[in-house]
Design a protein around this ligand. Sequence first.
Ligand SMILES: Nc1nc2c(c(=O)[nH]1)N[C@H]1C(S)=C(S)[C@@H](COP(=O)(O)O)O[C@H]1N2
Ligand SMILES: [Mo]
Length: 343
Amino acid sequence: MKIKSSEITPEWLYLSRRKFIKGVAAATTGALIASGCAAPTGPGPATPEPAAARASDTPIVPPAAESAATATPQAVPPADAAPTAGASTDELGDKLTSHEAITTYNNYYEFTMNKEAVAFVAKDFRTRPWTVAVGGLVHKPKTFDIEELLRKYPQEERIYRLRCVEAWSMVIPWLGFPLGSLLREVEPMSQARYVRFETVLDPREMGGQRDSWVDWPYVEGLRLDEAMHDLTILATGLYGKLLLPQNGAPLRLVAPWKYGFKSIKGIVKIDLVAEQPTSLWMATAPEEYGFYANVNPAVAHPRWSQATERRIGELSRRKTLPFNGYAGQVAGLYAGLDLRQDY
Ligand SMILES: Nc1nc2c(c(=O)[nH]1)N[C@H]1C(S)=C(S)[C@@H](COP(=O)(O)O)O[C@H]1N2
Ligand SMILES: [Mo]
């Protein structure tokens, strides 16, 4: 089978030819052989529907009365509980992507670059015990146990669109809590202007981290005001139950107006810092990935257009919205910036 899609690997394909030949070739070949596919020759139009999305196009939507997840902060049901969501659409009327597709079509390069294999490869990843160290320029640095975070902060449902820079998207009913609640608790110092996030470094358990084509661990960052914005959450679950490993369990960021790669998974470290953090993608391909990464249909990625997207589970493409449809809430954060320059 010949892959025509740009969707299998594009977030690494930007690598310089030299790096590509040195580092990625082996890893890639492995991943693609595992899925029975020939290595891609380059980017192309996005096309094939993932098997998972085909298999289950119908969102699993229980009666509203049963979706008590949002009201019970103390007890988020385990990841193998029945999926529930408080609504069947987002605020634009877009229907939820199926639980099946959300949990079987993933980007998590620490495990594999094959989206449809992440769920299987990550299935035994241990997400307990787990701690998150919050520090840097704060008055009260603290290491939180994941159970404490689940207990302390009411887990709200947030139905958000997720728009990957590879031009596919989903609508996901997350459970989580505002990042701002956690940041306020550690009391940022006045010099703190950015937040830096780090994924766990565990090459024994995360096979992708044994390949050195990027500098692990995965790092992301937000400006402090973006981090404090009410839309920005730390997600602990989806469809009314705890996250599975493939979606970033036990804790991942969600900033829905930004490309999906900003929403870092498997977080173990959060630091308040003075300088703009360099994310993994900025370090790997500075000419292609900037710090802000706000969804912007008017600015093409060097390798593919961002004007339209394919909603997983749907056949036709749709127009991509500025700030992924959240412009009313977040455009004001960027008043003084030229987002064509500061992409
Ligand atoms: N640590 C880590 N976080 C990550 C990634 C990754 O490879 N590693 N991939 C990102 C990308 S490119 C996307 S689109 C989203 C996908 O999230 P999902 O699999 O839950 O849909 O996770 C983001 N967070
Ligand atoms: Mo992505």
